[in-house]
Design a protein around this ligand. Structure first.
Ligand code: ADP
Ligand code: MG
Length: 461
């Protein structure tokens, strides 16, 4: 600004209109650059989905967990092509804006050359007529060049700030997004569970227009007892669990905690009283100790608590035998080139061992009121499953539990069993009652029992 004003003063020597011509040549430059930066900001928003797809394909191609299937099915080339297609789309969009910018810059350069050239001719002519000295001409040339350079810098900086503000809007949209669950303005404290949790005519779907998953579920989960939920794949068992943890609210109906609608509680406090082991629990790329302590970070330095949880989940012996015990990193993705193959730098657990570790994470918080196990042993062999469930029964004793499993041999031990089918509870009762009823549960149990009997006979014959 100071440069522009200083040299513009020099140009006034030639005549006021000279200063006006040079300064106003910045106006079209500003307008054209602003238009380009608008285009660029819009383009950045537009290519978002393609960039996410590119990221997805490239992470599949580099992820050690995906390597098994990618190699086995020979889909590496296919995924690579899908990735490069996305990159080409992104580059095409970039190029389109780049080309426009190039055209705009070229036009602006011509304009400023025309202004400079015109003024130079004018100054030389005035010098010939003796109106300006040679020194004045040199001064004019320097002033025009300086004003134009300073103006160009001013335009570039203004426009890049403008573009940053346009993109900043994306950030504001994310930051200003409200909570996805309506929060109670003055939440009630969550009392210890005394009577039970009730689902009252709960209807649920993931979004408007999507099919109903639950269509009027009525269910009482009595405190101190274990309720088992069985149902086919996709029946909505895991969805029910998400409603119990208030990861979602029912579309209609209510979930009542000792008669109080859970929407009146602070969700974080409610989740502190509920422990859930999901069937697709995460395996963190951290040490074994941290993997368990993720369930309750106050246990991070409390080896006794961590070990107790690991023992209940039946994974203590496995962890203890790792090269660095509980401090072993449970991943191989961070090793340095020099320590390749050194087990001290990280180990990978089997699927069943990972599941036990997730179980230990769920069990670390002693004070929880409700323990929900969503197919916690699907990756365990029969013997391990029996072992885990014997330990869990002891851990659950006196606690309220919800157990979801396809293994009806495990489910039969629950205090009561409900069958979820077509979005409602279609059967409920104890194992013996449901068998006597001869409904879906009895049929399923018979099928599993027959499977075991058949394989036993096959093995024996
Ligand atoms: P289950 O645990 O009994 O096998 P789920 O509760 O996981 O069944 O799923 C029930 C239904 O809800 C399925 O049809 C599934 O496609 C759908 N579903 C699950 N999670 C989501 C989600 N996040 N968004 C949309 N639909 C979902
Ligand atoms: Mg499920």
């Amino acid at each position: 600004m100071i440069t522009v004003l200083g040299f513009a003063g020099t140009l006034l020597l030639l005549g006021p209109w000279v200063a006006v011509v040079v300064l106003s040549s910045a106006v079209p430059a500003m307008m054209a650059e602003v238009a380009v930066s608008r285009r660029r900001a819009a383009m950045v928003g537009r290519i978002g989905p393609a960039q996410r797809r590119e990221l997805f394909f490239s992470s599949l191609l580099t992820n050690p967990d995906a390597a098994k299937e990618v190699r086995l099915f020979g889909v590496g080339r296919y995924l690579w092509r899908r990735m490069t297609t996305e990159i080409e789309t992104i580059n095409r969009e970039h190029r389109r804006v780049d080309r426009r910018e190039l055209a705009v810059q070229a036009a602006l350069a011509l304009l400023s050359a025309a202004v400079t050239g015109g003024l130079l001719l004018f100054a030389v002519r005035s010098a010939v007529r003796g109106e300006l000295s040679v020194g004045d001409v040199v001064l004019v040339v320097a002033a025009v060049a300086s004003v134009q350079t300073a103006l160009a810098g001013l335009v570039t900086d203004t426009v890049s700030s403008y573009q940053a503000l346009l993109l900043f809007r994306h950030y504001l949209i994310v930051v200003d997004a409200g909570p996805d669950l309506p929060l109670s303005p003055c939440p009630r404290p969550v009392p210890a569970l005394r009577h039970g949790i009730e689902l009252r005519d709960v209807w649920f779907r993931y979004a408007d227009g999507q099919p109903w998953v639950l269509r009027g579920v009525n269910l009482l989960i009595p405190a101190g007892l274990t309720t088992a939920v069985v149902g086919l794949n996709g029946a909505g068992k895991s969805t029910l669990v998400k409603l119990l943890c208030r990861l979602y609210d029912p579309t209609r109906g209510a979930v009542l905690w000792d008669g109080v609608d859970v929407r009146e509680f602070d969700p974080a406090q409610l989740r502190g009283r509920v422990r859930t082991v999901f069937q697709d629990a995460l395996a963190y790329e951290l040490t074994a100790r941290e993997n368990i302590a993720m369930g309750d970070l106050t246990a991070l330095t409390d080896q006794a608590r961590i070990e107790a949880a690991a023992r209940t989940a039946g994974v203590h012996d496995v962890l203890n035998k790792l090269p660095r015990g509980y401090e072993t990193l449970l991943t191989r993705i961070f090793f340095a080139e020099s320590d390749q193959g050194d087990p001290e730098t990280g180990m990978v657990l089997s699927g069943g061992q990972q599941q036990r570790l997730a179980l230990a994470r769920g069990l670390i918080l002693g004070a929880s009121d409700l323990l929900i196990l969503d197919e916690p042993s699907s990756a365990l062999d029969a013997e391990a499953e029996h072992d885990v469930h014997t330990r869990l029964r002891a851990a659950r004793r006196g606690r309220t539990g919800v157990l979801i499993s396809h293994r009806l041999g495990v489910v039969r031990e629950a205090d009561s069993i409900v069958v979820l089918a077509d979005g409602v509870i279609s059967e409920r009762g104890s194992h013996d009652e449901l068998i006597a009823e001869g409904g879906a549960y009895a049929a399923l149990f018979e099928l599993q029992a027959a499977g075991y009997r058949a394989s036993t006979t096959e093995v024996l014959s």
